[in-house]
Ligand binder design. Sequence first.
Ligand code: NAX
Length: 327
Amino acid sequence: MSKTPIRVAVTGAAGQISYSLLFRIASGAMFGPDQPVVLQLIEVPFEKAMKALEGVAMELDDCAFPLLKGMVLTDDPKVGFKDANWSLLVGAKPRGPGMERADLLKDNGKIFTAQGKIIDEVAADNARVAVVGNPANTNCMIAASQAKRLTADRFTAMVRLDQNRAQAQLAKKAGVDLTEVANIFIYGNHSPTMFPAFKHATIGGKPAVEVIGDKDWLRGPFCETVGKRGAAIIAARGLSSAASAANALVDHVRDLMTPGKIHSVAVKSEGRYGFDANVWAGMPVKTTTPGSYEVIEGYDMCDFAKSKLAATNQELVEERAAVADML
Ligand code: NAX
């Protein structure tokens, strides 16, 4: 007997990231090769966006994906999030020229306040939320703050792109296959302040610090390359990361649905690793049952790591203060 479809709501469904993401979900990359899905695609109420969304839906039809059991196209979040098992919050207002970060936080805050409330009202009982739209950690905190029914652990933000970037950079530097690199986790904000904690990473089962043998590179160019990779891609491509972001979201959700997986996720810190208790910060988690996880605690931090964690925490605390009236 075939499984009940998973309902996946996606905001920003006519945007760049979704143009890579939706086809991967429908092909089975996110929930597995025998798991049917229904895509609930949400866009802004403008003709141009809804027309573009229709085009994307036509292409999804034209792929004849056996697992895609239905699509909902809507500009009404109450329809889009109805009974959703997963809500992928990709859509957000981009930072315009000359726009202050505080204004961006506030404008996006309004979007995520509304969406958090509606998801809490209409999504499925087992609802899970993954936030990609920037500033992702703070948007996730805002959405979670609106929920009365769904607990805070249901709301996660994506730092997996940063983890994947860090893994690739370590493999390149060591001249080994990517699969040799393990246990590289991202702490803090999805922004240039985030910290890829290289001390605990391994390459071929040995400490990455020993294999690489260049602490200055790890502390300097490595952290900087990972932190500023998004800007480097914009400079090269003229557009922000899209396919790699979609791929990271596939990894984020798939690993949260796969018991035993250990990976970086931004979650409510509850004071772990010295973060302010109420911010959403990247840290290592282990998936326990599909959709649930426990934070892996106890990785020791040297003074350098502590100073990096303090800086990224400071940024998260400032972002929280900028939207305090919305929480
Ligand atoms: P696009 O501008 O191509 O697409 C965004 C789409 O969202 C647009 O179609 C827009 O109409 C829609 N949208 C805006 N507000 C909405 C709302 N309230 N409800 C529904 N739809 C809405 O951006 P794209 O390149 O797809 O990036 C999307 C977001 O991901 C941006 O905020 C971006 O900064 C963020 N990113 C986050 C990353 C991460 O690792 N967390 C990495 C990649 C990316 O930069």
